[in-house]
Design a protein around this ligand. Structure first.
Ligand code: HEM
Length: 262
């Protein structure tokens, strides 16, 4: 491997100049590894996966207990709804029987704190160490139309450029992570907080911001559906890029560098 390429492999994904590249003897010859994910990213990522799982299941339980969505400040059974589960063949009573409000609320609030504290630790650490800038902020030359088109084409064909995608994130991958972390998750958190009477008593501006508690609840539900779509695409991308190596690197931190030319 050329020196310049080695230096790039060392700094691109972890953003750390001192990231270790190790060589390991295998029967096939020498295998080279790059340090792909820091401790912070790995620990926070898997805590986040557990928290998101609990938030989703408990959120569904809460929704089933009140299976209609409204817009504005007002909402009750019989009030004009923007979404009704009964329109999809599940009556109010059947939905209520499938959900468990107490279980749902307890777990939702517990894991909302886990999600928030873990997220703040992840964002704080990556900000302070400059990792967001190094690993996720697209470079000027990546934001050209030609590069974006090529990246989109590769994604649509489920084509992972194994060697370059090992040493750095793709432009669309970087952009989607940044949008998720700095736009999407904050909005989901705020629409959640806007449903808490305790919180909005102290910060009524939050209710005005979303046009009422019912609007905030509807936006929170729409956001959840979009987040589920993100996770589905995210996991499919991991599968396309080579699930074993990618998930292993999210656990151990190390990723093998593919052969030249891939
Ligand atoms: C079972 C579910 C999941 C699996 C198997 C998974 C797997 C992975 C893997 C392997 C990576 C590294 C990708 C790479 O190196 O190219 C990654 C990164 C990432 N994942 Fe997930 N993921 C899951 C769920 C989630 C969820 C629920 C979220 C957020 C809501 C999420 C957000 C992220 C983010 C933001 C990164 C980039 C982290 C960084 O580099 O700082 N993932 N995921």
């Amino acid at each position: 491997m050329r020196n310049a390429e080695r230096a790039e492999a060392q700094t691109c994904v972890t953003g750390r100049e001192d990231s270790v590249v190790t060589s390991e003897r295998s029967r096939a010859g020498t295998k080279e590894w790059i340090a792909r994910h820091s401790y912070n990213v790995r620990i926070c990522h898997w805590i986040n996966v557990i928290a998101c799982g609990y938030l989703l299941v408990s959120g569904i339980h809460i929704f089933l207990d009140f299976p209609e969505l409204y817009w504005g400040h007002t909402g009750y059974q019989g009030y004009p709804a923007i979404f009704k589960l009964s329109d999809w063949g599940i009556s109010w009573d059947d939905a209520g029987a499938m959900g468990n409000r107490m279980w749902g609320r307890n777990y939702h609030f517990t894991f909302a704190w886990v999600f928030l504290i873990n997220g703040l630790m992840y964002v704080g650490w990556n900000m302070v160490t400059g990792q967001f800038r190094d690993r996720m902020l697209p470079r000027r030359d990546e934001l050209t139309l030609v590069n974006l088109r090529a990246d989109l084409r590769d994604h649509l064909r489920w084509l992972a450029r194994k060697r370059t995608s090992t040493t750095s994130y793709g432009t669309l991958q970087k952009t989607s992570y940044l949008l998720l972390i700095f736009v999407f998750v904050p909005l989901l958190t705020l629409t959640g907080l806007a449903q808490s009477p305790g919180f909005t008593a102290a910060m009524p501006a939050l209710l005005d911001m979303f046009g009422g508690r019912q609007s905030a609840r509807s936006l929170h539900t729409i956001g959840t559906v979009l987040l589920v779509l993100f996770v589905v695409v995210h996991v499919l991308e991991v599968l396309a890029a080579g699930a074993f190596n990618r998930v292993r690197s999210m656990i151990t931190g190390k990723h093998p560098l593919p052969e030249e030319g891939l």
